[in-house]
Design a protein around this ligand. Structure first.
Ligand code: FAD
Ligand code: MLT
Ligand code: ZN
Length: 474
């Protein structure tokens, strides 16, 4: 089997023996240690890599995490923290035989401050569950992604996940008010005051947001919430050109910016895959188009919001920016539109092996790269473009049954294009193992060296998620 990514050699980590198992058994109850049927823990969501770990530890408390890390650090045993295992860059699974530290049992929501909209939670709470809990108190989690039914809030913070409402609520770098993390030394860095403002020196929590398990284990989080919208409207739009999409985005930001909560683009190529592979979807349009946009508004006054959205759509139709638009009349129609958009990761995967590029680019040039790639790939694969265009984030995916040939055509060419365009090789999915050798196309040598120095301060024995993000390929 030929790999399309580089796997570094196994580091000099200790191989587990009975003494280690005895130690884990002395600190965790037997139901928190798994040693059988570990395929689901060893294999990543895209099925790019299957590790060979023989043990999954599921601590329930910060103290248990501390004991595990302290011990593994002393014995030089490598660890991979795992949340919902929905990551897209081979970050959450062992490359060799690393101990899997699953956050599955740290699944309690600790407290909510309903007056200020702040929630305190353990890292293993499923995003959708956390959001439902907050909704009962009049708030929402300011983050939404199609994997919400499986991913954990700790995994979201560890990857600094973006998602479909970033355009409205911004980054987790702004919304995480504090966190608790256990370092490999067993030290606990805890800042759970939940303050909005705190300029008292280095803001270390920012290092953990997007650290992908390479510095320590995030165990608790204090998260700023957004008010639960009273009115939510969803429309699906079709248009002829990418220039139309850009005009629509500008009009949306300027005309309905205060209620805009999603602006998601899909080209005709992904749109047809979505209709083919996503169950229970209905195409609201009778005619085909080049581009589709799902637009959502979230506000506090239904009549006002509908009126504004309708005026926006009518204006687009009048100016020939929009070919057709359908405003969801009920929740079922809105769900149908979201189901279409949220099927992207599964639909592309269903077509073959995927080369997934999760790029940050200046939006003016963004779609040119999809066209160029499609031309280059030709009949070797099926090239689609979609994503969070309002945030300058394009998902460019090539699904293929000609993995090796497509790989040669695509890489390093595509990364050179991104570098030339001064983009980022990862807008939201992170680096993991998959993109480690590609970091250099976005980060300078000095930056990477300093990242390594930083990693070394927190994790001098390199036991935390080795091979991921930083390794000798970068
Ligand atoms: P995992 O996949 O288990 O882990 C991800 C990384 O974080 C790993 O490196 C792991 O070691 C580390 N980690 C996990 N928990 C901890 C912890 N407690 N402490 C320290 N390190 C930890 N991503 C987006 O950004 N935007 C999207 O719109 C989006 N949509 C998606 C849609 C689908 C259908 C799928 C399958 C994935 C999507 N993703 C998206 C990717 C993925 O869901 C996110 O990266 C998510 O944040 C991962 O959370 P998780 O709990 O599954 O983490
Ligand atoms: C998305 O935007 O749907 C996700 O990032 C997952 C993907 O399709 O790759
Ligand atoms: Zn995305």
């Amino acid at each position: 089997k030929i790999s399309t990514f580089q796997i570094p050699e196994r580091g000099h980590y200790k191989l587990l023996d009975n003494k280690d198992i005895d130690f884990f058994s002395s600190i965790l109850p037997s139901h928190s240690i798994l040693t059988k049927d570990l395929d689901a823990y060893n294999t990543d969501w895209l099925r790019f890599h299957k590790g060979n770990s023989s043990i999954v530890l599921k601590p329930k408390t910060t103290e248990e995490v501390k004991s595990i890390l302290e011990y593994c650090n002393k014995e030089k045993i490598a660890i991979v923290p795992q949340g919902g295992n929905t990551g897209q860059v081979i970050g959450s699974v062992p490359i060799y035989d690393e101990v899997i530290l699953s956050l599955q049992n740290m699944n309690r929501i600790l407290k909510i401050d309903s007056s200020q909209g702040v929630v305190w939670t353990e890292a293993g709470v499923i995003l959708e569950y956390l959001n439902s809990f907050c909704e009962e108190h009049g708030w929402i989690v300011p983050l939404d992604l199609a994997s919400k039914g499986s991913c954990f809030i700790g995994g979201n913070v560890a990857t600094c996940a973006g998602g479909v409402r970033y355009i409205r609520y911004g980054s987790l770098h702004g919304n995480v008010l504090g966190l608790e993390a256990v370092l490999p030394t067993g030290e606990i860095l805890s800042d759970l005051k939940g303050l909005r403002k705190d300029n008292t020196g280095y803001d270390y929590k920012q290092l953990f947001i997007g650290s992908e398990g390479t510095l320590g284990v995030i165990t608790k989080i204090a998260l700023l919430l957004a008010p639960k919208p009273i009115s939510q409207q969803v429309a699906m739009i079709s248009c002829k050109s990418y220039e139309n999409v850009l005009q629509l985005l500008k009009d949306a930001k300027q005309g309905i910016g205060e209620i805009l909560s999603a602006f998601e683009m899909m080209d005709s190529y992904i749109y047809s895959l979505l209709l083919k592979h996503t169950p229970r979807t209905r195409n609201p349009f009778t005619a085909d188009s080049e581009f589709y946009v799902l637009i959502e508004t979230s506000g506090s006054n239904k009549d006002h919001d509908i009126e504004k959205l309708q005026a926006y759509l009518e204006n687009g139709l009048k100016n020939n920016v929009i070919t057709d638009a359908v405003l969801a009349l009920d929740q079922e129609q809105a769900n149908n539109f979201w189901r279409i958009r949220e099927g992207t990761a599964t639909a592309t995967k269903s077509e073959g092996y995927v080369f997934k590029y999760d790029l940050s680019l200046s939006i003016a040039k963004m779609y040119d790269l999809v066209r160029k790639t499609r031309e280059r790939v030709g009949s070797l694969g099926y090239t689609v473009g979609y994503g969070h265009v309002g945030d300058g984030n394009l998902h460019l995916v090539v699904s293929t049954n000609e993995k090796e040939k497509a790989h040669r055509i695509l890489e390093p060419w595509i990364y050179e294009q991104i570098q030339e365009l001064k983009g980022s090789v990862s807008a939201e999915h992170g680096i993991g193992l998959l993109k480690a050798s590609k970091l250099k196309y976005t980060k300078s040598k000095v930056m990477i060296e300093n990242m390594k120095l930083m990693k070394n301060i927190f994790d001098p024995n390199g036991i935390m998620n080795p091979y991921k993000v930083l390794n000798n390929s970068n």
